[in-house]
Design a protein around this ligand. Structure first.
Ligand SMILES: CC(=O)Nc1cnc2ccccc2c1
Length: 445
């Protein structure tokens, strides 16, 4: 049926008349501010990276999950002063619902765990690779989206869960050629802060907020941190003790300060003992200044860093034992990490480890003249049914054009469908690397 006037560019005019749309000036062909396209070459690198994310997750027996990019805004409303909250990409939809593009994956994962309830017996080992969003007002040219690999273990209170997660990231680094001289993990526990705050009888409600303030210790001057802590209601001597404690870089020193019985010290000793058993001791170090910028962490926290100190944190994670209960779920322990797709690529560039990923096509099939396009399609189908990738030349093109395209797509063989050969049930084959040329029967392809 003739397209209605609104179709085909809305030519309009008499109903059904196809008049060309007035010459429009060109649309903006760039993606929205802060977002990226993935043309073939970039998509090959992304698929390579995500392929390693998925393969490591499989090696560790994790199951893949996914959630909508769009969530209820309420999932991310936390009152701890996190940057992720200030930059929430949120809006009111046509149903007047407050919604947001997810800035992280963990709250969605927690939502799904609660939704599944008893039908998902614990422990759960789930992973996801998903696009996350932020809306920065003054875009300092920073991206508004990135992809994150998340792995989470739900229902395991033991530090073995954190040790397993760090092992999975070490496995990933090794697979792509990153060593423990390139990167390390700073490991600490928020229970260090908790124990100090409790000594000064700071109410637990302030815990998340204090962590977020302290997380900025390397980004803001100390007196700003002090001021913020004081205005959060932390006593002067508690502030002094906290800041002093953050400089501790050895477990022995920490034990001297906090004693050996507290959970912070016992958890961390257990983690370092397990690291030796997993074989990644040389990858991790205790560093009390690691806090991470998400309010819901409650225990061990860790972040991957580049030892040259040129880049931002490569990945980060930790234990979040209270998140599910804050969503009204049961009191289920959990831990996980997020691994972004940006810093790791910068690191690979720095280390000269970016893989050389070209398009690989096995055969390019072309008809030597127009009425052989049918037989060429037959030949392409035979080859594809054998599992070989085929670029079928879809128009009658000069051999010069075909050779140029064969080189561009890195084809291994050129299959020529010509009249004389076809009459004998044969096709011409040219091995493009050696130049060797011969004729073969269709069933020998
Ligand atoms: C380096 C980088 O692109 N970072 C980045 C980019 N987009 C985000 C979007 C949401 C949350 C965190 C994000 C972090």
């Amino acid at each position: 049926s003739a397209p209605s006037p609104t179709e085909n560019g809305g030519g309009g005019g008499r109903s059904g008349a196809l008049v060309p749309a007035p010459e429009m000036e060109r649309i903006d062909v760039n993606p929205p501010k802060g977002t990226r396209d993935f043309p073939p070459e970039e998509m090959r690198l992304r698929n390579w990276l995500f392929g390693h994310f998925r393969e490591v997750s499989r090696l560790f027996g994790f199951e893949e999950v996914d959630f909508p990019v769009l969530e209820s805004e309420a999932l991310f409303i936390r009152k701890a002063g996190e940057e992720i909250r200030d930059q929430l990409y949120c809006f009111e939809d046509r149903g007047n619902r407050r919604v947001a593009l997810r800035p992280e994956l963990t709250p969605s994962l927690a939502r799904l765990v609660i939704q599944k309830g008893k039908s998902a017996p614990l422990p759960l080992k789930w992973f996801a690779v998903g696009q996350c969003w932020r809306y920065e007002r003054m875009t300092r040219g920073r991206r508004r989206e990135h992809y994150q690999w998340n792995m989470d273990i739900i229902g395991v209170p033991e530090v073995t869960a954190e040790a397993e997660l760090i092992s999975s990231i070490v496995t990933f680094f090794k697979r792509i050629g990153i060593t423990s001289s390139d990167v390390g993990f700073k490991v600490s526990s928020r229970k260090v802060l908790q124990e100090v705050l409790r000594c000064y009888s700071v109410p637990d409600e302030l815990f998340g907020k204090v962590c977020i303030i302290i997380d900025k210790i390397e980004k803001l001057p100390t007196d700003v941190i002090k001021k913020d802590l004081k205005s959060a209601g932390i006593a002067e001597e508690a502030v002094q003790e906290l800041l002093q404690l953050l400089t501790v870089k050895s477990l022995t020193k920490l034990e001297e300060k906090l004693g050996h019985a507290g959970e912070a010290v016992t958890d961390l000793k257990q983690l370092f003992w397990l690291a030796e058993k997993f074989g990644y001791s040389e990858w991790i170090q205790f560093d009390a200044s690691v806090v991470r910028g998400l309010a819901y962490y409650t225990g061990i926290v860790f972040e991957g860093f580049d030892r040259e100190g040129k880049l931002r944190a490569i990945c980060g994670g930790g234990r979040y034992d209270r998140l599910l209960s804050t969503f009204g779920g049961d009191d289920i322990p959990a831990c996980g990490f997020g691994f972004g797709d940006a810093v790791i690529v910068e690191l690979l560039k720095e280390k000269g480890l970016l893989p050389d990923l070209g398009l690989e096509v096995h055969d390019i099939v072309c008809a030597l003249d127009h009425d052989l396009l049918g037989p060429a399609a037959t030949v392409a189908t035979i080859l594809r049914e054998k599992g070989q990738s085929v670029d079928l030349v879809l128009e009658s093109k000069s051999l010069k054009w075909v050779f140029k395209r064969a080189a561009r797509i890195n084809a291994r063989r050129l299959i020529l469908v010509g009249n004389t050969e076809w009459q004998k049930g044969m096709v011409g084959v040219k091995i493009l690397s050696s130049g060797e040329q011969f004729e073969i029967k269709l069933n020998e392809l």
